[in-house]
Every structure is written in structure tokens, then in C-alpha cells.
Design a protein around this ligand. Structure first.
Ligand SMILES: *[C@@H]1O[C@H](CO)[C@@H](O)[C@H](O)[C@H]1NC(C)=O
Ligand SMILES: *[C@@H]1O[C@H](CO)[C@@H](O)[C@H](O)[C@H]1NC(C)=O
Ligand SMILES: *[C@@H]1O[C@H](CO)[C@@H](O)[C@H](O)[C@H]1NC(C)=O
Ligand SMILES: [Ca+2]
Length: 545
């Protein structure tokens, strides 16, 4: 009788030991970041744009259907992703490069700095677009700071060779690694290098004067066959723009395959967590720089090599790119010290590790929420907005709503936006879901039932039946702003001083004794709409010619 149980115990012991050994084996992370990438992906049900390699990654991943960036702008989104904090908390209020010159605060803790302290080798290839250098230091950096952005961000042959170099170094150093590949595709380039087409879709195509990227086989599309998102006007000019974007997606897609192949060749496909996502929405109206869903919603694929990991399964959990940092730390089993605050936050309103979702789909929860904070894109584009989104509702607070919504240079010169301007000026038919006037002038509060109204066209703010919903969401948004130390907490009705909102008596709100945005007045949106109509027609043409 003793023998079988001894065997059982021995087996158990063995299993426990193996598990212990396995759990101590090196684990790595590969983060693949698209630039302005959206859902032009087969795995996300685009039937026209061909992305066989991202689709193959999706078959080994959990496919997140409700992932959102916390800010729809390049540098702020990257800073948020690398710190787990919204842009208003880490100080990256807008773009980092050139005259925009935004940086995070010097005292911010970033993912690469934290990982390095724990003996993990960190590398970045491609677009970095954040600073200061001391806050975002990687051991290995091949970025726009020491290369031409097209070489490290779009030349996938070059990117492949750099990934090979980094992985060889990590193997030689015998260290676990975090490799961040910041593709510049499918970003526009009509503003910077129009000779390559609106999306740089001809860069390296092998056509005369375009150079060659040996590993890229471009896919070309007919303008009349593209799958047009609801927020882009249905015209030939816009469709041709989207067709160019699709061609650029083929370079991103093949680049993803090359980097994963390098990972495999270096012997790390079985011990690396692979994350694929994008920094902000697509560079079209209502996309990038907007807190509407086309600006905030991102593709997110996470592929875990763990035996128990879900594969080729969709998750409907509401997640934020702010969750990436806790996820990576959890993967490396690093405890992050949480800053102590006395603020009461809903448990789900803090960034959280997504690793549990990779094993089991959490039950659908109507209480889940994601948050967004946008302040600038370009330095001239001051248009602060804060938003909270649950599965059912989205509340956007346009803090400086009386100003026209700003347009970035990159979008402005695009064929799609030029077409909107031309048609509006010449009063041609504009098959679009908005008018330019509506696009520029937005009310202070926008409340949408995103389940019933996914295009966010029916603003329910002020509807008596939703008064409680608005009160709850605006309080929850204010609580998140307070917990994340938002300098804009009291705007636009009051001034923030020593943690208190002090009324400005500017007609935008009642006295803010509660210290919460909840006291901001209601019924304001209606008054505003009327007041602005006349000013728009006059001011618009001059400002944008
Ligand atoms: C970090 O720096 C900012 C800006 O100087 C400051 O407001 C903030 O209190 C600092 N945070 C910490 C934790 O020291
Ligand atoms: C891309 O990189 C490869 C390898 O460095 C180089 O041979 C090729 O000329 C580059 N292509 C372009 C278009 O710059
Ligand atoms: C818009 O109009 C300008 C000036 O008439 C013209 O040069 C341009 O090609 C037009 N663009 C589009 C996209 O229609
Ligand atoms: Ca971007």
C-alpha cells in the first residue's frame, strides 16, 4: 500500500519542482507599436485590407475588442503607455519634437527605467517621440534621434537587422529583455515627404526614385473597393486616401512578421509575451486628436507563450493602454509601488495587469470604465478634453468648448481633409456624417449611448432621463482627475487652488463647494450652440485659408 502513494508523492514533488523551475525561467516582452494604426486588419474584420501576418499573430493571441488609448496623440500616448499615467499626470501634454517641445516631468518613473533597475535589458527600435532622455532611457536605442525615421520606422529590412542585433546582445548578456519596436507605419507623410505619397506608401516600393525595401511586397488597392469607416466621407478623394493607407499597412504587417521571425531565430518565441497595439486612432476626421471612439479605440493583441494562455479568442473586457505597464511588470513579477493617495477611486479605475484576461475571460461588468485626457497635439492645438467611457456610455467634457476644434498640419494637408474643405466651400454635396461646422464647434458636454449610437452622433446631454447617468459619470471622471492630480480638475468654471475648486463666476458653473466637477452647471450646452452659429461662418474661411 505504501508504494503507490510514495510514487504519487514523488510525482507531485516533481511537478512542483518543475513548476518552480519553469516559473523562474527568463521571460521577455516584445511590444510592437503601430503609429496611427486602426482596424485595417483582417483579424478585426476588415475584409479588404490584407494583413496575413498580424492575423497569424492574432490566432496566437487574445484579441481585445474594447481597448482604448488614454490620449489620441503620438507623444502623449507613448508617454502614457510607458508610465501607466495619463498625459496630464506625467506632463507630456503634447508632441515632443520641434517647436512643440513637450516632455514628461523629470521625476516620472518609466517602464524602461524600472525594468533596467531589475536587470532587464531594454531596447527601442523606431519611433521614440518622448523625453526627457533621462526619464525614457533604453539600453539599446535606434530611433529618430540617431537615424532617419523612415529607416528605423518604415524600412522593415533595416528594422529586421536592428532587431537581430538587439536580440544577439540580449543573448550574449544572458539577460531577460523588453524590446519596443515603434513602427512609423501606417502614419501619414504628406506633410513631411509628399514625394512618397500621402502615407509614404511608395517609400521603398521599388518604383523609380522610391528606393527599395528588399523584404517588402507592397499590396495595392482600388479606391472603389476599400471598406470605408463611418467617420470618413464617401468620396473618391477620401477613398483614394484610404487605399494608400492600406498599402502602408502591408509594410507594417510584413514588418511584424520579420521581427517575430527574428525573435524565433534568437530562440525566444516560447518565453516572450508579444503585445501588438497602436498609439492613437487613424489620421482622419474624428480619429487622431479626438476623444470619439475612432480616436481612442485601438487594436490590441496579446500573445502569451504560457501553456494555459487563450489563443485566437476575443475579449470584450474594457481595457486601457494605461494597463500595459502593470501588465509588463506583472509578467516580469516586479511589484510597483503605488503612489498613496487618499482619493477614493472605483477599484476598476486604476491601471491593472491584463495577464489574468489572457487565461480567462472576466464576466462582463457594466461598472468597467476607461478614461481619456487630451490637452494638446501640436503646441498651437490647445483643446483640453477629458472623457470617461463605460460599455454603455461615453461622457466627453470639452473644457474650452467655445474655441474651434483644432486641426493638425498632417491632417490638414491630407486629401481627405482638403476634400472636406473644398466641398464645404464650394457647397458641393458632402457625403459625410457631420458638417465641418459641427466638427469645429462642440458643446461643453457630450454624452453618448455608445451601445445604441456607436457613431456618437446623438448627444444626450441635458436629457432629463439621463440626469443621474450624467451626474454619476461626471463625478467618476472628476474623481479620476483628482486621483491623477489633473491641473485641469476645476476647468472651465473654477480655478484649482490647494486642492479646492474656487469659483470664477464666469457663467459656466455654480459655486463649486463640493470640489468636484459635479457642481458644474447643466443646461449650458443649449445656450452655447445658439450663440456660436453666426460667428462660425465668418471666422472659418479666413482662419483656415
Ligand atoms: C514631480 O514633478 C512635478 C512637476 O515639477 C510636481 O508637480 C510633482 O509633485 C512631482 N511629483 C513627485 C512625486 O515628486
Ligand atoms: C532599407 O534598408 C536596407 C538595409 O539597410 C537597405 O539596403 C535599403 O536600401 C533600404 N531601403 C530604403 C528605401 O531606404
Ligand atoms: C481642393 O481644391 C484645390 C484648389 O481648388 C485643389 O488644388 C485640390 O486638388 C482640391 N483637393 C481635393 C482633394 O479635392
Ligand atoms: Ca501616432
Amino acid at each position: 500500500m505504501a508504494r503507490p502513494s510514495t510514487v504519487v508523492y514523488a510525482l507531485l514533488l516533481c511537478t512542483l519542482l518543475t513548476e518552480k523551475v519553469l516559473s523562474n525561467k527568463p521571460r521577455n516582452v516584445l511590444l510592437l507599436l503601430a503609429d496611427d494604426g486602426g482596424f485595417e486588419i483582417g483579424a478585426y474584420l476588415n475584409k479588404i485590407c490584407q494583413t496575413p501576418n498580424i492575423d497569424a499573430l492574432a490566432r496566437r493571441s487574445v484579441i481585445f475588442n474594447n481597448a482604448f488609448t488614454s490620449v489620441s496623440s503620438c507623444s502623449p500616448s507613448r508617454a502614457a503607455l510607458l508610465t501607466g499615467t495619463p498625459s496630464h499626470q506625467n506632463g507630456m501634454y503634447g508632441l515632443h519634437h520641434g517647436v512643440h517641445h513637450f516632455n514628461s516631468f523629470d521625476n516620472v518613473t518609466s517602464l524602461p527605467n524600472l525594468l533596467r533597475q531589475h536587470g532587464i535589458k531594454t531596447g527601442i527600435i523606431g519611433k521614440k517621440h518622448v523625453g526627457p532622455a533621462s526619464v525614457y532611457r533604453f539600453d539599446y536605442e535606434q530611433t529618430e534621434e540617431n537615424n532617419h525615421i523612415n529607416q528605423v520606422g518604415r524600412n522593415i529590412t533595416h528594422i529586421k537587422l536592428l532587431a537581430r542585433e538587439f536580440l544577439a546582445q540580449a543573448n550574449r548578456d544572458n539577460k531577460p529583455f523588453f524590446l519596443y519596436v515603434g513602427f512609423h507605419d501606417p502614419h501619414r507623410c504628406g506633410n513631411t515627404e509628399p514625394q512618397y505619397g500621402p502615407f509614404c506608401e511608395r517609400f521603398g516600393s521599388g518604383e523609380e526614385g522610391m528606393g527599395l525595401i528588399p523584404d517588402w511586397k507592397p499590396w495595392y488597392y482600388q479606391w472603389d473597393e476599400v471598406q470605408l469607416p463611418f467617420h470618413i466621407q464617401d468620396t473618391e478623394a477620401a477613398r483614394r486616401d484610404v487605399a494608400a493607407q492600406y498599402t502602408t499597412m502591408s509594410r507594417l504587417d510584413q514588418g511584424v512578421a520579420l521581427v517575430i521571425k527574428e525573435l524565433e531565430a534568437a530562440g525566444h518565441l516560447q518565453d516572450t509575451l508579444i503585445i501588438f497595439t497602436s498609439d492613437n486612432g487613424i489620421p482622419f476626421p474624428s480619429g487622431r486628436t479626438n476623444l470619439y471612439d475612432p480616436g481612442l479605440r485601438e487594436p490590441l493583441l496579446i500573445s502569451s507563450p504560457e501553456p494555459a494562455a487563450r489563443r485566437n479568442e476575443a475579449s470584450s473586457a474594457l481595457v486601457s493602454l494605461l494597463d500595459i505597464m502593470p501588465t509588463v511588470l506583472d509578467w516580469f513579477r516586479i511589484q510597483q509601488q503605488q503612489e498613496d493617495t487618499n482619493d477614493i477611486l472605483w477599484h476598476s479605475d486604476k491601471p491593472k495587469s491584463l495577464l489574468p484576461i489572457l487565461e480567462k475571460e472576466p464576466p462582463p461588468n457594466e461598472r468597467e470604465a476607461v478614461f481619456a485626457s487630451q490637452t494638446h497635439h501640436e503646441v498651437t492645438m490647445y483643446y483640453p478634453m477629458r472623457a470617461v467611457r463605460t460599455r454603455r456610455y461615453k461622457l466627453i467634457h470639452n473644457l474650452h468648448f467655445a474655441m474651434p476644434f483644432p486641426i493638425d498640419q498632417d491632417l490638414y494637408v491630407s486629401p481627405t481633409f482638403q476634400d472636406l474643405l473644398n466641398r464645404t466651400r464650394s457647397k458641393q454635396p458632402l457625403p459625410w456624417y457631420k458638417t465641418l461646422k459641427q466638427y469645429y464647434y462642440r458643446p461643453q458636454w457630450e454624452l453618448y449611448d455608445v451601445r445604441a449610437d456607436p457613431t456618437e452622433t446623438n448627444n444626450l446631454y441635458g436629457k432629463p432621463s439621463l440626469a443621474d447617468t450624467w451626474a454619476e459619470l461626471s463625478e467618476r471622471l472628476a474623481a479620476w482627475q483628482r486621483a491623477s492630480r489633473d491641473p485641469w480638475l476645476c476647468a472651465p468654471a473654477a480655478l484649482l487652488r490647494r486642492g479646492q475648486c474656487r469659483a470664477l463666476d464666469n457663467g459656466l458653473g455654480a459655486v463649486l463647494d463640493s470640489g468636484l466637477g459635479a457642481a458644474l452647471d447643466n443646461g449650458f450646452g443649449a445656450a452655447l450652440d445658439d450663440g456660436l452659429g453666426a460667428a462660425i461662418d465668418n471666422g472659418l474661411g479666413a482662419a483656415l485659408h
